[in-house]
Ligand binder design. Structure first.
Ligand code: FAD
Ligand code: AMP
Length: 475
């Protein structure tokens, strides 16, 4: 006899574990099945995000930022930092400790909310029957539910002729665990992950070369932002080669030779290590039996409607395995919405106000439309901007790089997009998301009191500048 649940969630990343907790909070008998095993061989719910994504990358970004600032900025404060050095195993152990704390925290949250957790691989078949194959090798467990939420996440895309060996040629997982700073690091793909992980090792002293096939830098961001960011990152030592297509890589005697094609034809580059960060694809291996009734799109995503319903009745899918941006907070919000829909509550996700962040230094963050998107759509808009170089708090903190740019409808003044390149952009963007959720105008933000001296005054001034009434810059 199969154990019966109201809700079974397959996948325990930020989509799945959050969905499971919310479903349990709503009084639904809930199970969550997740197969992730930590570096210590123990169950580690939390998915890509907690184990090999958002959190460990931010831990290393933080360590490497300290090291970089120590070497480049402390002297100006009168602080002597002669002979600073980095102990990579200590840095990695700190990161592992943070990951462990958070994955154990998810296990505790499951217990506290009475979510039944299975450390195993889940497979869905017709009639919302789910078979769990435990990681510990014990026999399969049969479960069934009224509703099943699929949250199986994503994995790195691999490219032809570049075979990963997880030591010299790696993806995000391997690059979070290097045991020394490589002298040279090649990074295929100058997207969000390539920039973040490339920055980590660049700040620690590696000579980092980013090989990007597209002719433009960070094409998904607003052009004014990506232009300034490219200039800044080059100054920090990142060698960003645009229009450079990687065609293959060979590992020989501990060196990786990469064949690239650019406007000058084919050539070879040699690195100590190579990071492949060319994007991620939905992961559904072993998830669905032939009779599950769940259909995939041609891109391999689980096909869902606006409210995350799959093609099988009572089966939902969320997070990286479905359409939309591959971001942890998007996955979590979908998880909450689905749990609430299952419990009979109204729920809705606004994809237009999902914030994006690139955790470089300075950070890049945005919400809503870019200027190029507005132009393409033929929209009439006004632009306001404000440089951090004119913000007192930024200057006091040595953070005068970057700007805030705001785009507002030319007729209604509704905010259509905000783009930030600067210190704490990841935090500053939250105010803009709230304003956009409330269909706020630039005038709304312009009339709100912002504490002085704060970086948020740059958002305020950019809002004022939309109608050319900024105080601390020319209009
Ligand atoms: P996942 O987190 O991938 O979780 C899916 C889980 O399901 C995994 O544990 C997997 O093992 C498990 N699973 C899969 N199939 C089965 C099965 N059949 N049975 C049982 N378990 C199964 N996003 C941000 O928003 N901010 C960031 O700063 C950020 N940084 C990132 C940095 C890196 C290096 C990477 C790689 C990603 C980053 N992301 C970031 C993206 C973020 O990690 C993902 O968007 C997020 O993890 C997606 O959540 P999810 O729940 O859909 O899937
Ligand atoms: P993201 O999806 O943000 O992680 O970005 C991945 C980046 O990798 C994109 O900008 C792609 O253009 C780039 N890319 C994909 N394949 C290749 C390749 N073979 N050589 C160089 N860059 C690539």
């Amino acid at each position: 006899m199969a154990d019966k649940f109201d809700v079974i969630v397959i996948g325990g990343g930020p989509g799945g574990y959050v969905a499971a907790i919310r479903a349990a909070q709503l009084g639904l008998k809930t199970a969550c099945i997740d197969s992730f095993t930590g570096k210590d061989g123990k169950p580690a719910p939390g998915g890509t995000c907690l184990n090999v994504g958002c959190i460990p990358s931010k831990a290393l970004l933080d360590s490497s930022k300290h090291f970089y600032h120590l070497q480049h900025d402390y002297e100006a404060h009168g602080i002597s930092t002669k002979d600073a050095s980095i102990d990579v195993p200590t840095m990695i152990a700190r990161k592992d400790g943070i990951v462990k704390k958070l994955t154990s925290g998810v296990t505790q949250l499951f217990k506290g909310n009475k979510v039944t957790y299975y450390h195993g691989k889940g497979n869905l078949s017709a009639g919302k029957q789910v078979e769990v194959t435990p990681v510990d090798g014990s026999g399969p467990i049969q479960l069934e539910a009224d509703n099943v939420i699929l949250a199986s996440g994503s994995v790195s895309i691999q490219i032809p002729n570049v075979e990963m060996d997880d030591e010299y040629i790696v993806d995000n997982v391997g690059s979070l665990d290097f045991d020394t700073v490589p002298e040279t690091l090649g990074v295929i793909g100058a997207g969000v992950i390539g920039l973040e992980l490339g920055s980590v090792w660049n700040r620690l002293g590696a000579k980092v070369t980013l090989l990007e096939a597209l002719p433009g830098f960070l094409a998904i961001a607003d052009k004014d932002i990506s232009k300034q960011a490219a200039r800044e990152f080059k100054q920090q030592g990142l060698d960003i080669r645009l229009g450079t297509l990687v065609k293959g890589a060979e590992l020989e005697d501990g060196q990786v030779t990469v064949t690239v094609e650019d406007k000058n034809g084919e050539s070879a580059l040699t690195f100590d290590r190579l990071l492949v960060s060319v994007g991620r694809k939905p992961y559904t291996e072993g998830l669905l039996s032939d009779d599950s009734g769940v259909q995939l799109t041609e891109r391999g995503q689980i096909q869902v409607d606006e409210q995350s319903r799959s093609t099988a009745q009572g089966v939902w899918a969320i997070g990286d395995c479905v359409r939309g941006p591959m971001l942890a907070h998007k996955a979590s919000e979908e998880g909450i919405a689905v749990a609430e829909l299952i419990a009979g509550k109204p729920a809705h996700i606004h994809f237009d106000t999902v914030p994006w962040v690139v955790y470089t230094d300075p950070e890049i963050a945005w919400v809503g439309k870019t200027e190029q998107e507005l132009k393409e759509a033929g929209m009439e808009y006004n632009v306001g901007s404000f440089p951090f170089a004119a913000n007192g708090r930024a200057l006091a903190g040595g953070q005068g790089t970057g700007l805030v740019k705001m785009l507002a409808d030319a007729h209604s003044d509704e905010i259509l997009g905000v783009h930030i390149f600067g210190a704490s952009a990841s935090e500053l963007i939250a105010e803009c998301v709230v304003a956009m959720e409330f269909q706020g105008s630039s005038e709304d933000l312009a009339r709100i009191i912002h504490a002085h001296p704060t970086l948020s005054e740059a958002v305020h001034e950019a809002a004022l500048h939309v109608e050319r009434r900024a105080i601390h810059r020319g209009n």
